[in-house]
Design a protein around this ligand. Structure first.
Ligand code: GLA
Length: 394
């Protein structure tokens, strides 16, 4: 059997096939991310703790002599080549996967970085589709990294790439995401997680030394839908709760509240559902701060327990889990040697992340895999991921 093609070979083949030769073509990569703890806290002014992963999105790209933009993804061959031009980028006109790179071109222009000519771009991503490992943020950061290099926008920092990616996703693609995914992709560092305060963008790298343990990611393989609308609704509910709390507290975000303040003031929140949303945001922020302190102290047992509490809160209070992810997490908790397990990312499907002792990995996969398939009717997938670096030219 022929060896599997490398991602680079795939974008090269795609480029040659769709756009002719490879003369002057340049190559780029940007990672996806997995979030260890701190879920739905980013847009609530709280803390997150994600890391970039070795899976991500690759591009082959070359400038053109005219104003045209041409995009092709080897992941979506049936979509063919998307053709547009620099003066035809219209926000919120949803048009498949190419909306993401188009949105980034648009966001660059919003910040005064106008392109003087178009380009051809072929991409390939090895992040499983719909897995909640941020294939879209990876594609946005990739596009930014590529534009910076091709057009000489040297003043654009990696942190800018994160903000530009978020702006494009919010304003061009209509998904009101926070900053976590783009930040993790743009600022990733090998073997480190990023402890980020989303209110100030102050951050710190924390080494992830899991001696004798592994980071396991398990995909529900659930085709998730309604993600954007439910996500945007969670944001609205959090904002409504914040407004009610602001009657008493001088706060800008839910992340400004301690647990004690929340418990004292929670009855100000009129709506019971919004009250639970706010409870999650406040407690999850504090859990994330505690979890990072525990990790620094080498206390992985506490870190794992906080991961489990995060899952329960997402399941019961924020309601962004799903039965499939609940089965994965709850079955994992029963296995000795699993320190913690929780749904990761936006929710409604996607993956769980677990910390598993080396000697328990086989049992974890076999038992959780068997019970999942029995209950759900199709298998889960198991990945052991490496914590990779940020975006780069190849
Ligand atoms: C998605 C969003 C992020 C973040 C997470 C939940 O991944 O893109 O900004 O809100 O959901 O933590």
């Amino acid at each position: 059997m022929a060896a599997a093609m490398t991602p680079l070979a795939r974008v090269q083949e795609g480029f040659r096939d769709k756009f002719g030769d490879l003369a002057g073509v340049r190559y780029f990569f940007a990672p996806g991310r997995v979030n260890l703890i701190g879920e739905h806290t980013d847009y609530n002014g709280g803390h997150v703790f994600p890391c970039a992963i070795s899976l991500g999105t690759y591009a082959a790209a070359r400038k053109r002599n005219d104003q045209k933009l041409r995009f092709y993804s080897t992941n979506f061959p049936k979509s063919g080549v998307t053709l547009t031009s620099l003066d035809d980028l219209v926000p919120l006109e949803k048009k498949g996967w190419a909306g993401y790179p188009k949105g980034v071109v648009w966001a660059f222009a919003q910040r005064g970085y106008e392109l003087d000519c178009g380009f051809d771009m072929v991409v390939y991503g090895d992040i499983p589709a719909g897995s909640g490992l941020s294939s879209s943020a990876s594609l946005e950061v990739l596009t930014g990294c590529m534009l910076r290099a091709l057009y000489g926008f040297d003043a654009v920092t990696n942190q800018d790439l994160a903000l530009i990616g978020q702006q494009s996703e919010n304003q061009y693609n209509g998904m009101n995401c926070g900053i976590m995914d783009q930040f993790a992709s743009a600022m990733g560092r090998e073997n480190h997680a990023i402890f980020l305060d989303c209110a100030t963008l102050q951050f710190e790298y924390a080494p992830l030394e899991l001696t004798g343990m592994r980071l396991q990611v398990t995909n529900t393989n659930k085709k998730h839908s309604l993600v954007d609308s439910e996500y945007n609704l969670r944001r609205e509910q959090s904002t409504a709760a914040l407004h009610d709390l602001q009657e008493r507290y001088d706060i800008k975000t839910l992340g400004d509240l301690s647990i004690e303040e929340f418990e004292e003031g929670k009855d100000l929140i009129q709506d019971e559902v919004c009250r639970r949303r706010a409870k999650h945001a406040v407690y999850e922020n504090q859990r994330t701060i505690q979890a990072v302190a525990a990790l620094k102290a080498g206390d992985l047992v506490t870190f794992g327990r906080l991961m489990n509490e995060s899952h329960i809160s997402l399941r019961d209070d924020y309601e962004t889990s799903c039965p499939e992810a609940d089965i994965l997490a709850e079955e994992a908790w029963k296995i000795p040697g699993v320190l913690g397990s929780r749904i990761t990312g936006g929710g409604f499907g996607g993956c769980t992340v677990s910390i598993v002792k080396d000697e328990a990995v086989e049992e974890f996969k076999a038992t959780v895999g068997r019970i999942y398939e029995e209950k759900v009717g199709y298998p889960a997938s198991f990945y052991t991921l490496d914590i990779g670096g940020g975006p780069r030219e190849l």
